[in-house]
Design a protein around this ligand. Structure first.
Ligand code: MLT
Length: 412
């Protein structure tokens, strides 16, 4: 009989979002009258149609595949040159940030990449994660056997947890001890907090001093409204020697169902070999892609490339503006309802303190029952998320306005 990966048995519950979907389904079955009234502000999934530039590129590329003269089979596992060049040029070099085309790896998602990156890391690293945190960073390390069991609060033995609280504005400073790997996510999921250049510099300085690899998840970078705030870790001097960056078209181009993202692995980021030498991560990630991945499909990569056309850029800006408009509506409504509100200014997530006496899951139940609105309980993101809940701004304008009204109507 094949043995199982018993590390999976250490996982606390189902993955957060399927668990929420399960509870919403159960509620709808038990309350059929309310079912059609439910509005989802739980998982951050986009609602607006794809940019026309992307649709046109998708159609054209699909037609190419239907013609013998322009047909393509397997593509390069690391991504087509046209997209790698468009990314390096538009998202980095045009903004004064040095990234080469060869350091860009196109993939089908940042969730997958932040999970898969563990393939090229050793099993003996000391790993720091924020609390609350995007659950993928934690669960994938548990699955890989990098932790012990969890305690009653849900924290796993072996991680260095970095509390993100009201007091530090939900941006953790580097720890006092040395860690080998630290996950950073800005704009942050779930709190909506964003790090300043000074705060990221503290992290880069720490990483260079302590030989720490920073895994910088910038999936929401397009949501940053203030040009003074850093969108990329590579805006900080020295980051090319210590950081890998993850970016996605899911939330900027509305690609959650289309699937395209990319990861930057600078050729200058090194890891430790068993014999204590230094070795670059870049060839390892490239090798991993060649062996385990056949690349993102050609039409999808053409669609991603089209987001960099002038029409595409304008459409991406309009999408971000739409969701940030929702965020402002939801934030104001929560404040009017007397709630303590964070985030939503440079991120599509609003992080709200549960009224006193209520746990995060109490708020989830109350919002579902009293307002027929699905939120995400903060405790699902870690023990420091207890006492908070997250409202996603990914919705139509009508739904955002309706949710705002319902939040104000709830008797807290
Ligand atoms: C979320 O709601 O946190 C996101 O949709 C998760 C993701 O992007 O994978």
């Amino acid at each position: 009989m094949a043995s199982i990966n018993s590390n999976y048995l250490k996982l606390k519950a189902g993955y957060l979002f399927p668990e929420i979907a399960r509870r919403v389904r159960a509620f709808a079955e038990n309350h059929p009258d309310a079912a059609s009234n439910i509005i989802r502000c739980g998982i951050g999934d986009v609602t607006e149609p794809l940019p026309t530039a992307a649709i046109n590129a998708l159609k054209k590329a699909t037609d190419e595949l239907g013609d013998r003269a322009t047909f393509r089979g397997y593509g390069p596992e690391q991504g087509y040159d046209f997209l790698r060049a468009a990314i390096a040029e538009n998202d980095y070099r045009a903004k004064g940030v040095f990234v080469t085309d060869n350091e860009v790896f196109v993939s089908d998602g940042s969730k997958c990449d932040t999970a898969n990156i563990l393939d090229i890391l050793g099993d003996d690293n000391i790993i720091a994660v924020a609390d609350p945190v995007y659950p993928v960073y934690v669960d994938t390390n548990v699955m890989a056997g990098h932790t012990g069991n969890s305690d009653d609060s849900g924290r796993y033995e072996g991680f260095v947890y970095l509390p993100c609280t009201r007091e530090n504005g939900f941006v953790a400073a580097p720890p006092s001890q040395q860690v080998d790997v630290a996950y950073l996510c800005f704009p942050n999921n779930p709190t909506g907090a964003v790090a300043t250049k000074a705060q990221l510099k503290e992290w880069v300085d720490y990483a260079l001093k302590n030989d720490t690899l920073l895994l910088f998840d910038a999936a929401y970078s397009d949501y940053i409204q203030d040009p003074e705030l850093p969108r990329s870790i590579y805006e900080i001097e020295g980051a090319r020697d210590c950081a890998i960056e993850f970016r996605s078209y899911s939330k900027s181009g509305g690609f959650t169902g289309v699937r395209c993202a990319y990861t930057i692995v600078p050729e200058t980021v090194m890891g430790r070999t068993e014999s204590g030498g230094r070795y670059p991560f870049h060839p390892l990630w490239s090798r991993r892609s060649s062996t385990k991945f056949n690349g993102v499909s050609y039409p999808i990569q053409r669609a991603a490339e089209a987001l960099y056309s002038s029409e595409g850029k304008a459409e991406v800006s309009a999408l971000v503006e739409h969701y940030m408009g929702n965020a402002a509506i939801l934030r104001d409504a929560a404040r009017e309802a007397g709630l303590e509100v964070y985030g939503g200014e440079h991120a599509p997530y609003i992080w709200i303190a549960a009224p006193s006496g209520l746990t995060s899951w109490d708020v989830f139940d109350k919002m579902l029952l009293d307002a027929n609105v699905v939120i995400t309980p903060g405790s699902g993101f870690g023990s420091n998320g207890e006492g908070f809940f997250r409202v996603s701004a990914f919705n139509s304008r009508d739904n955002a306005l309706e949710v705002a009204q319902r939040i104000k109507n709830v008797k807290w």
